[in-house]
Design a binder for this molecule. Structure first.
Ligand SMILES: NC(=O)c1ccc[n+]([C@@H]2O[C@H](COP(=O)([O-])OP(=O)(O)OC[C@H]3O[C@@H](n4cnc5c(N)ncnc54)[C@H](OP(=O)(O)O)[C@@H]3O)[C@@H](O)[C@H]2O)c1
Length: 280
């Protein structure tokens, strides 16, 4: 297939690009940064300069690659700029979906999150309603906007990834969350957490080329509360626990649907993976 990976230079996107090239697909990968183009080219994909917030850029990227499928791995979290990331989710996704439609591309796989289910008992499957604030507004409006835009395509798929860990992520030994853990502090996004190892997430994304339209949780088998994983991370990072907290209670997610579609995580439990590595 001809595949355009928007965000193909990122922590997850670059892994997806490598797997796609290895599987024999023709791959285009976007970046805003000239210095990342040689890396993309070395992986066997074609670099495409694109700022997702510039509609003309996005239209040109889709025109040049003429893809059968677009994989959307755009996030902007390197500087922990959550407002910028929300804008990218809303405006970047709108630009991408508009360009896809204009070129007759109806197959898109996009990055979403697994921690936006309403609180409740046990791991949530994809039918569980999404969290609302006390006044009834979406708790994660930009993610809902992203999903709505992508799922409006005939073959739109939203992959609700768990919290990514592994090399290059915030949980790796050189990552922000690990570093704070070394100082004894963990602040989880949601107390109930479903993790997914970053290479497993990339494999699920490639598997999803054959999945039907809809929403799929991509998480490991071992959801856990921050009161369990927080102290483990602190110990792993060589720190002493000072404070473990979470921004919201959240809800664990179930991977039953992804598994039923054929995905098998190589790291079914973060517990074993973190034990095996010096860094998470
Ligand atoms: N589910 C999760 O837990 C989750 C999900 C996402 C991120 N994270 C965490 O956040 C860390 C940092 O991730 P990140 O999202 O900052 O970086 P990243 O993985 O390096 O990159 C995201 C991708 O989006 C692209 N991008 C960003 N803004 C763009 C824009 N306006 N237009 C076009 N492309 C754009 C980047 O391209 P350029 O080459 O142009 O920069 C890059 O390809 C990760 O390591 C991970 O730990 C976690």
């Amino acid at each position: 297939m001809r595949i355009l990976v928007a965000g193909g230079s990122g922590v997850l996107g670059s892994r997806v690009v490598n797997l796609l090239v290895r599987a024999g697909h023709q791959v285009w990968a976007t970046t805003r940064r000239g210095d990342r183009e040689p890396l993309i080219a070395a992986s066997g994909a074609k670099p495409v300069a694109m700022d997702a917030l510039v509609a003309d850029d996005v239209a040109r990227a889709v025109e040049v690659s003429a893809p059968d499928v677009i994989i959307h791995e755009l996030t902007d979290l390197a500087g922990s700029d959550f407002a910028g990331n929300a804008r990218l989710r809303v405006e970047g996704t709108a630009n991408l979906v508009a360009a896809a439609r204009a070129h007759g591309v109806e197959h898109m796989i996009a990055q979403s999150i697994a921690w936006m289910y309403e609180p409740g008992e046990g791991p949530a499957d994809e039918t569980v309603p999404l969290a609302r604030t006390t006044d009834g507004a979406p708790a994660f409006p930009s993610v809902e906007a992203l999903e709505e835009a992508v799922l409006g395509l005939r073959h739109g798929i939203a992959l609700r990834y768990g919290i990514l860990y592994g090399p290059g992520t915030w949980y790796a030994a050189d990552g922000d969350i690990y570093r704070r853990a070394a100082d004894g502090e963990v602040v989880a996004t949601t107390a109930w957490t479903s993790f997914v190892q970053v290479d497993d997430a990339a494999e699920a994304t490639v598997d999803a080329l054959a999945w039907p339209a809809g929403v799929v949780n991509v998480v490991d088998d071992a959801p856990a509360h921050v009161e369990e994983w927080g102290p483990r991370l602190v110990t792993l990072a060589g720190g002493l626990v000072r404070s473990i907290s979470a921004r919201a209670e959240g809800r664990a997610a179930s991977n039953a649907r992804a598994r039923s579609l054929g995905w098998t995580p190589r790291h079914p439990s973060w517990r074993d993976a973190w034990e095996a590595d010096s860094g998470a």
